[in-house]
Design a protein around this ligand. Structure first.
Ligand code: G3I
Length: 360
């Protein structure tokens, strides 16, 4: 990516200074079948990206293989509005411009997440804890500004992210949103988003939606929202999976439950770790794990394809070297959760998904 900005050289300084970004053209790739084309007309296939990836070989790969994007971090509230009223759109704009330029779909992630709500949201002018009316005004302004800015290019917004907690009597996570605003903050966020864009599809995005207690809690919350005519269109299933869980029948049961409520489903953050939570290895994983991963991706795709209300599958990263799983909890953990390896070469999972594609 080439940047032009008054002679400054360091990328971080340039980003801070909000300089103009001119992406260098995608690098030509070898001819190979396109996953997105194989699923065209049935599913949109996407990946999460940071703006630095939208150039060179990575841009070429994503344009060849995918037709949808989501910002891995650039559209989170703490990134877009780090200080009250001081919006920083450069990184999100770079992704939105790339999507516009290449005719890609763009998912918006996310308007409200307890983990990435900047602290100023909670601060009253006297330095104490802000009260409900002020926090709601701030939320409305944030949603109005962000959704309004990307209305032409974002079709789907993750309005709220990770609000469910099955251990709570009301199924809603115990966080400052609930404590300061009250449990109706979820409904308020959806209403603000609908007012800012009458056409966007609005999603509640959640992890572990296949675990029965969590799944049923999510259904209970959605039931309540639908009964109050809150404009929620569907469930975004993050689907951070491993080689064993959840099983295909568990995924099927979850999708069927929400479809039965008249809602849509999307897969929003798909990856498949070689390890269970907490496990890790620093040595190269045995090749057999790649085969197992390929079989499992294909089996789960068959489940997704049986659901006509599910129209989009997004991987949480373009290639294994970029995955959040290789950065956390160990920066060099040898995980391989995605469809392309660190050298951007297709893995067995990619071939298996090509074969699993619906016929023309
Ligand atoms: O950009 C800074 C960099 O300048 C700095 O040198 C570095 C040092 O740690 O940090 C970098 O920021 C990190 C950022 O990822 C980019 O790598 C943040 O510390 C780190 O917190 C951030 O983590 C992201 C995480 O959400 C929290 O926002 C992950 O990339 C992102 O993959 C992850 O995504 C979440 C979804 O939004 C919601 N569902 C779960 C999913 C995975 O955790």
């Amino acid at each position: 990516m080439r940047r032009r900005c008054g002679g400054l050289a360091l990328a971080s300084l340039l980003a801070l200074a909000g300089c103009v970004t001119t992406p260098s053209p995608p690098t030509p790739l070898p001819d190979r079948p396109s996953l997105a084309q194989a699923y065209a007309g049935r599913l949109r296939l996407g990946v999460a990206v940071e703006p630095e990836q939208l150039q060179g070989a990575q841009a070429a790969l994503l344009l060849q293989q995918f037709n949808s994007l989501v910002a891995e971090n650039a559209m989170k509230p703490s990134r877009l509005q780090p200080a009250e009223g001081r919006f920083r759109f450069e990184r999100a704009d770079a992704i939105a411009d790339f999507a516009r330029q290449h005719g890609l779909a763009l998912r918006g992630h996310t308007l409200l997440w307890h983990q990435r709500t900047p602290d100023w949201f909670w601060r009253a002018p006297d330095g104490g804890l802000a009260e409900r009316p002020l926090v709601l005004r701030r939320l409305q302004k944030h949603i109005d500004t962000v959704v309004g800015r990307y209305r032409d290019v974002v079709q789907d917004w993750d309005v709220v992210n990770e609000v469910i907690d099955a251990s709570q009597p009301d199924c809603l996570r115990d966080n400052l949103w609930k404590q300061v605003v009250g449990p109706d903050y979820v409904a308020q966020a959806f209403r603000f988003a609908r007012a800012a864009d009458p056409a966007a599809r609005l999603w509640i995005n959640e992890f572990s939606t296949t675990v029965p207690a969590k799944r049923d809690c999510l259904a209970r919350v959605l039931h309540g929202l639908l009964a109050q005519d809150v404009p929620v269109q569907g469930v975004g299933h993050q689907m951070h999976l491993n080689l064993d869980t959840p099983t295909a029948p568990e995924v099927e049961a979850s999708l069927a439950l929400f479809a039965g409520l008249g809602l849509r489903n999307q897969v929003t953050e798909l990856d498949m770790s070689f390890y269970r939570p907490g496990e890790a290895t620093l040595t190269a994983p045995p090749p057999a794990l790649r085969t197992r991963q390929a079989e499992r991706y294909a089996a789960l795709m068959a489940v997704f394809l049986r659901h006509p209300e599910l129209d989009s599958v997004t991987w949480w990263g373009l290639h294994d070297g970029q995955s959040h799983l290789t950065r956390w909890p160990l920066a060099w953990r040898a995980d391989e959760p995605l469809l392309f390896d660190r050298a951007l070469q297709p893995k067995p999972a990619w071939s298996a998904l090509l074969q699993a594609a619906p016929g023309p």
